[in-house]
Ligand binder design. Structure first.
Ligand code: NAG
Ligand code: NAG
Ligand code: NAG
Ligand code: NAG
Ligand code: NAG
Length: 387
């Protein structure tokens, strides 16, 4: 899609032989070497300085292109590699200048993204869902009512409110609660996973939880478009990740919150980094028996159930948070990339070992993922950093 301002710029550029009309020699040039499922700007418009400006970036004199012959290779300041699609057919650049930064971009879990040994010392900068990335590109975000980013953060200071204090449910939530008909919905397309979520769900069903399974692994159909509406008829939404990795929380939880239901979250993430207290059920921490008990308790006690929506008093989670989208003005990770290139502010280490980083926990004493979830779900080892 070309918007109007792009056309003005495009026509202006096309009518001058000298491209400096559009790009100065101060423009930071970014080359996408491995695109995001075919999209060379990772859904960031046309990647032009105009787009950086319209996204509210404080530094906007940057350009992203996927065209390797648009500029000489040695003029690029940074190269983007979508690591989840790394494949020998993409090859590697035949020239690498010492000051060019290679950026490891990834939104898939570290369990699902293997890095070739030959790339161990290839990258300089990371842009991933992990909070300890040079630039975190998280799949889920929560804001205060005044628009400040609240989470994810390493240690968000959630506001504590007395459970008995007065509060008014938002109208849409009251309506959603009024019309709830069913216990739990699970939207799923991968049926066998390392998180063994499918066993967790079987166990919940055996414990008397009525789980409706939508998608390829179940017998119910829905399109992405009507997913939220369908979900709102349920008391609970199973937001079960396919792999259990530190900080790996996808838009499933966002969908649950957005549809006015309570997420039951199975994730390797420390959920206090992501979600307000009492807004979810932590399946990894509780295991199926206690989760089933808690679900039944909440369904039978309206006031307790309504308390799960108290976070609406203080926080909100904006629209569009799927596939890494839904950023507020000036907050897109590419704004931060542009700024860091202009201010030369990346912490650089010449021998950054990306494999070691990607596979280890942030505290350094364990792995970033639980390799295979144990079926008993209660073993003391079953926590993040499990070895
Ligand atoms: C950038 O462009 C300006 C104007 O064309 C020129 O004077 C300057 O020398 C250029 N700087 C570099 C580093 O090429
Ligand atoms: C890539 O850039 C070159 C040089 O500007 C141009 O000739 C070519 O048409 C571009 N290719 C595509 C696919 O846009
Ligand atoms: C980026 O990483 C490469 C490969 O490890 C290294 O040679 C280069 O010095 C690094 N560049 C910067 C600016 O740190
Ligand atoms: C989760 O994060 C919170 C906030 O940073 C921290 O206090 C808590 O110890 C962490 N929990 C675990 C199990 O790591
Ligand atoms: C779900 O949709 C597909 C494709 O539209 C259809 O072939 C299938 O029969 C549907 N399944 C159910 C259970 O409705």
């Amino acid at each position: 899609m070309l918007n109007f301002s792009y056309w003005i710029l495009y026509i202006a550029c096309a009518s001058f032989v000298d491209p400096s009309y559009c790009l100065s020699n101060k423009t930071k040039l970014i080359l996408t070497w491995i695109p995001f499922y075919g999209d060379t700007t990772f859904l960031f418009g046309d990647g032009s300085p105009e787009h950086f400006r319209s996204a509210g970036c404080p530094y906007f004199d940057c350009k992203i292109t996927g065209n390797k012959s648009e500029f000489p290779l040695e003029t690029f300041d940074a190269l983007l590699f979508h690591a989840a699609e790394s494949h020998p057919r993409f090859g590697t650049p035949n020239i690498r200048l010492p000051n060019q930064l290679y950026v490891f971009v990834c939104f898939e879990s570290s369990q699902n993204t293997l890095i070739a040994e030959s790339k161990r010392h290839f990258y300089n900068v990371t842009m991933t869902y992990r909070l300890d990335s040079d630039i975190a590109w998280t799949n889920f975000r929560m804001y205060t009512k005044t628009g400040t980013l609240m989470a994810p953060k390493f240690n968000p200071k959630w506001k504590l409110r007395e459970p008995e204090s007065e509060f008014l449910l938002p109208e849409s939530i009251s309506v959603a609660i009024e019309t709830k008909k069913y216990m739990a919905a699970w939207f799923v397309s991968h049926c066998n996973t390392v998180s063994r979520r499918e066993y967790f769900v079987k166990k919940l069903i055996a414990l008397g939880i009525d789980v409706h399974v939508y998608g390829r692994c179940g017998n119910l159909n829905c399109s992405r478009a009507d997913g939220l509406e369908i979900a709102s008829q349920y008391y609970f939404y199973l937001a079960f990740e396919n792999s259990l990795c530190e900080d790996y929380l996808t838009e499933k939880t966002w969908r649950a919150l957005k549809s006015g239901t309570v997420p039951v979250v199975l994730s390797g993430a420390n959920l206090t980094r992501f979600l307000p207290p009492n807004s979810y059920i932590d399946a990894r921490k509780l295991g199926p028996e206690r989760v089933a008990e808690e679900m039944k308790r909440l369904i039978s006690d309206r006031a307790l159930y309504e308390n799960k929506f108290r976070w609406h008093q203080d926080y909100e989670t904006p629209e569009g948070q799927s596939e890494g989208q839904g950023w507020k003005m000036g907050e897109h990770p590419f704004c931060k990339l542009c700024e860091a290139l202009h201010t030369d502010s990346f912490k650089k280490s010449k021998a950054f070992d990306v494999i070691k980083w990607w596979e280890s926990s942030q505290s350094g004493d364990g792995k970033s993922c639980i390799l295979k979830a144990p079926l008993d779900w209660f073993s003391n080892n079953f926590r993040y950093g499990w070895k």
